[in-house]
Design a protein around this ligand. Structure first.
Ligand SMILES: Cc1cc2nc3c(=O)[nH]c(=O)nc-3n(C[C@H](O)[C@H](O)[C@H](O)COP(=O)(O)O)c2cc1C
Length: 339
């Protein structure tokens, strides 16, 4: 069995949590897994060995992969017979988040990776608003089940990629302005010294090495990735995050407590859900259909019948791409013969 290596960028540790779930499920299948958190200095992160299965995980930021993560991927040497998979988390279930992988996918292909799987999971928002405990429970339980499905697909040697429409890719491209936004907004970061206890958690945990303290003042370089780690985990809520201050979520989600609390129902989003969260239903119904195909169930959850047939566009898109790839290969084989 090959080994697996997972590279994960995770601002507030939500994607890291899904990477750990995945590691558990792969290890159940007797694959040994090493997780590397992507953070500065990226040059210290080891490259995969020949034949390793390589996972790339990130949180969706403005319909894109975080810039630091892509910088790391671009620093990797060419693949050596490596299969790869992509997984990502986002706070909202919409398809447009899928297009966030397009650039990463192209980069991996160029490096010679055989990208065999891609998975989109939901984890709670770390900016804009705090999600209710019920939705957090539902998201985490689904992510665990989906990561199990991903492990099974990898173990079975299956292929399933997401489909990025041209429209979504275009929106994703436009929103790449967030990379500039992170740099610009970073100029307005400051620490509220009346609240700060000088624990220096922000300094020591910033994945971009953007924050320093000289003994009397905090300094912010220009490498913020807007990952929200400093904002969410500051115990004194002393981090001022510039123009995003009104959207700050301070205090991590209590995942263990939420999962263990039997009073919190599993199906927060259900057929009776009204308002914005009603829009999440399609994601969960679709996931139910995919999970059922692998015999995976979620404890305490009754799968909801789909209002419409689930779209297995993943396979269709992959098949189309395979067909094109095979034609190209046939073309180049013919050209080689002609030479
Ligand atoms: C700057 C920023 C931009 C984000 N953009 C999106 C987005 O475009 N779509 C979405 O669904 N979630 C978005 N999110 C939410 C995160 O993807 C989500 O909370 C994720 O689980 C965070 O994972 P992490 O803790 O590993 O960083 C954004 C979060 C941040 C901080």
């Amino acid at each position: 069995m090959p080994n697996a290596i997972i590279y994960v960028f995770s601002g507030t540790y939500h994607t890291l949590k899904t990477a750990e779930m995945l590691k558990n499920h792969l290890e159940e299948g007797h694959i040994s897994v090493t997780i590397h958190e992507v953070c500065e200095p990226i040059s210290h992160i080891p490259a995969p060995a020949e034949g390793d299965i390589v996972g790339f995980g990130y949180p969706v930021h403005a319909f894109n992969a975080p810039q630091l993560f892509l910088r790391f991927v671009s620093s990797l040497p060419p693949a050596q017979h490596n299969r790869a998979f992509i997984f990502k988390t986002s706070g909202e279930p919409f398809h447009i988040n899928d297009a966030s992988s397009y650039k990463l996918y192209r980069m991996l292909l160029k490096k010679g990776y055989d990208v065999v799987q891609e998975l989109h999971m939901l984890m709670p928002y770390n900016i804009l608003r705090r999600y209710p405990d019920g939705l957090v429970k539902q998201m985490v339980l689904y992510s665990d089940a989906q990561s199990r499905m991903l492990a099974m697909r990898l173990l079975n040697g299956e292929r399933a990629r997401l489909h990025y429409t041209l429209r979504h890719r275009l929106v994703s491209l436009i929103f790449r302005i967030e990379w500039f936004g992170a740099w610009f907004n970073g100029m307005f970061y400051r620490v509220d010294t009346s609240k700060c206890t000088r624990c220096l958690k922000c300094v020591h945990s910033c994945p971009a090495l953007n924050i320093s303290f000289d003994g009397s003042r905090f300094h912010f370089a220009r490498s913020c990735t807007m990952c929200m780690r400093c904002a969410m985990y500051c115990p004194a809520d002393a981090m001022h995050i510039g123009l995003l201050q009104p959207f700050k979520v301070n205090g991590g989600y209590a995942f263990s407590r939420i999962l263990a609390d039997p009073e919190i129902p599993v199906d927060y989003v259900n057929p009776k859900t009204k308002g914005y969260f009603r829009l999440f239903r399609k994601f969960f119904v679709r996931a139910d259909a995919e999970l059922a195909a692998y015999g995976i169930t979620i404890p305490g959850h009754t799968p909801q019948p789909a209002a419409e047939p689930p779209e297995f566009e993943v396979f269709e898109a992959y098949q189309q791409e395979q067909a094109v790839g095979e034609q190209e290969q046939a073309g180049s084989a013919a050209a080689n013969l002609a030479e």
